[in-house]
Structures are given as structure tokens and as C-alpha cells.
Design a protein around this ligand. Structure first.
Ligand SMILES: [Zn+2]
Length: 104
């Protein structure tokens, strides 16, 4: 038994509402109203971009946490490498998320 999520979008030609299941997201189908081909919104891709955004903020939080959480300048210096690493990870994930979102 599989659980299907029903989604609703509008046909890009006639503007009629089209109901489709989440596993059809991103597919090209024939509109039931005007019978022209229309692309269903890529829900799966959005979710992936959303995850990337989530992870980028998590990495940023780790970076800021390591930097701000230090109780002495020496400890802060010791954490600098760790903070910088996660800052770079956050930046890469954020850029990937933007690319992934724009592609859909
Ligand atoms: Zn249509």
C-alpha cells in the first residue's frame, strides 16, 4: 500500500486546475481540459532544494556557534578552522540550493 499526496496546479495553456499525485511531479502530461502538453510542477526538486537550504543554515549555525560559543580569544582562535570549514560548507550548500531551485 502506498500513500499518495494529491497536488493541484494550473494548466499553462488554459489555466484549468489539474489534480495529480506527488509521484507525477515534474512529468509532462496532456491537460484533461485542453489536451495540450503541460509540465507538472517539480515538487520533488523543490523539496531537495529545501533540504539543501535547511542544511546550509544548519552548517551556518554550527559555524557561528563555534565562533560565538568560545569563552576566550585563544579558544576562539582554536575554533576558527572549524568555524571557517562550516562557513564554506554553508556557502556551497546555499549556492547548490539556489542552482537547484532555479533549474526546476
Ligand atoms: Zn489545459
Amino acid at each position: 500500500m502506498s500513500t499518495k499526496t494529491w497536488l493541484l496546479c494550473k494548466c499553462s495553456h488554459c489555466g484549468e486546475g489539474i489534480e495529480f499525485t506527488s509521484n507525477m511531479a515534474g512529468d509532462v502530461i496532456n491537460c484533461p481540459s485542453c489536451n495540450q502538453t503541460t509540465k507538472l510542477p517539480g515538487e520533488a526538486r523543490w523539496t531537495f532544494a529545501g533540504k539543501l537550504f535547511g542544511f546550509s543554515f544548519l552548517a551556518l549555525a554550527l559555524s557561528v556557534g563555534a565562533w560565538m560559543g568560545a569563552r576566550s580569544p585563544a579558544e576562539r582562535l582554536g575554533n576558527a578552522g572549524f568555524a571557517l570549514f562550516w562557513l564554506v560548507v554553508a556557502a556551497v550548500l546555499f549556492i547548490s540550493a539556489m542552482i537547484e531551485r532555479n533549474r526546476g
